[in-house]
Design a protein around this ligand. Structure first.
Ligand code: NAD
Ligand code: FE2
Length: 407
């Protein structure tokens, strides 16, 4: 399919690992890749995976290839800042040549931050925001065991700082892992809720990167980390949308459906490659305060919000929605292809068990103004949609999502 930008200056930007190895069995590539980067390895491994045969095999292969390992398994949910500093202190003493992350998005984000702090020192707060990492960091190999975050290819890591209400991101091209090894067999055993929430978040990454603002970059200046919708990211997003739409419901319904699991690992990888340069937008901006308020998983919130965001940004994003409708196979069936695309997305979200309204997450009517104000405050995300006056749209989107109002 031809990707048509709404802007005549069709630019492109991708920043990626230098190598991406994807496929069932690709985990056997970890040891030879590690060997290219050095001998002393600090490994951040999800605690629930540390005693699995897959991880033990990887460690044995690394040791056979001459590596010496320090294995860190204290990966805490939501990555509290203190836990990251403890891991980074241990890594600094070990002085690794490379850091390997083996686990879900939390383990991979920890790996990025360990590599950052063991290279440049200081506190995490020194690097909050965009482009605050001063230079290259210890090389990383990222090995995801969930299909969703795309962290194995993205320039961002997210932490919880008790001094702040909302989770906070560190984003820099220097955080992109050197190598990504995506072996779908490693996602076997992920709990159904993780398959659903991480999987739908990948769907949101793909659709938001595809409906992101188009703005020609100032090539003469330092580029922002997220530059908006662009030709190269668009190609990847189209494939990600197609693949995830066809496989998410199957992967959630049947954990033994190996083909669906493989496709989800592929789709989430592509979605990460796309949003790593284009960025995401309103579902992510609005999920941050909702996640803080309700302590619900990131993907549950972004998946719930996506259809309301798409409805709230019409008709400005209708050209992209019509192309999405073609990818989803609904474009020819209805009188309004953009609306048909949203309805199909709503169906997928409902079919994997995402609640239809914010009220069902425990959000109260009196919380809505504060949620809207905080979401609007994350202007880097909130402003990254291809719709005019995005901030003014937030209260309407939040109210519709609270009511479960699909009109
Ligand atoms: N850096 C990025 O680009 C990016 C993007 C989106 C989200 N995130 C971050 O990623 C985190 C969420 O990551 P996630 O959704 O992958 O979840 P996670 O890493 O927090 O893991 C969720 C749970 O699944 C378990 N698990 C993971 N893989 C498993 C497997 N194969 N078998 C059995 N159990 C398994 C973990 O032990 C954990 O209990 C959040 O902190 C979020 O902020 C980062
Ligand atoms: Fe996300």
């Amino acid at each position: 399919m031809t990707h048509t930008l709404t802007h005549s200056d069709g630019f492109g930007l991708l920043r990626l690992p230098t190598r991406i190895h994807f496929g069932n069995g690709a985990a056997s590539q970890i040891a030879p890749l590690a060997r290219e980067l050095g001998r002393r390895v600090f490994v951040c491994c999800d605690p629930f995976l540390a005693d699995t045969p897959q991880f033990e095999r990887t460690c044995a292969e690394l040791r056979s290839a001459g590596a010496v390992l320090q294995i860190w398994t204290e990966v805490e949910p939501e990555l509290p800042v203190d836990s990251v500093h403890r891991a980074a202190d241990a890594a600094s003493v070990w002085a690794p040549d490379l850091v390997i992350g083996f686990g879900g998005g939390s383990a991979l984000d920890l790996t990025k931050l360990v590599a950052l702090l063991s290279s440049h020192g200081g506190r995490l707060s020194d690097y909050y925001g965009e482009n605050a990492v001063p230079g290259p960091i210890t090389p990383m190999i990222a090995v995801p065991t969930t299909a969703g975050t795309g962290s194995e290819v993205t320039p961002v890591a997210v932490v919880t700082d008790p001094g702040r209400d909302l989770k906070v991101g560190i984003s820099s091209p220097h955080l992109i892992p050197r190598f990504a090894v995506v072996d779908p067999t490693l996602t076997r055993g992920a709990p159904t809720a993780v398959t659903a929430y991480a999987g739908v978040d990948a769907f949101v990454h793909a659709i938001e990167s595809y409906t992101a603002e188009v703005r020609a970059p100032e090539w003469t200046e330092q580029l922002p980390v997220f530059v908006g919708q662009n030709r190269l990211a668009g190609l990847l997003a189209e494939e990600a949308i197609t693949v995830i739409a066809a496989n998410l419901v199957r992967a959630v319904a049947d954990p033994d459906d190996e083909a669906a699991r493989t496709e989800m690992a592929y789709g989430s990888l592509l979605a990460g490659m796309a949003f790593g340069s284009a960025g995401t937008h309103l579902s992510h901006a609005i999920q941050y305060p909702i996640g803080a308020l309700t302590k619900t998983p990131h993907g549950l919130g972004t998946g719930l919000l996506l259809p309301y965001v798409l409805r709230g940004c019409r008709p400005d994003i209708d050209p992209a929605l019509r192309r999405i409708g073609t990818l989803l196979g609904v474009a020819e069936t209805g009188s309004d292809p953009a609306l048909d695309a949203i309805r199909r997305i709503e169906q997928i979200v409902a079919d994997i068990g995402i609640p239809a309204s914010l009220a069902e997450l425990g959000v109260r009517a009196e919380d809505l103004p504060d949620i809207s104000a905080r979401a609007a405050g994350i202007s880097r995300l909130a402003g990254n949609v291809a719709a005019a006056k995005p901030i003014e749209r937030i209260p309407g989107i939040v109210t519709a999502a609270w009511r479960g109002d699909h009109t």
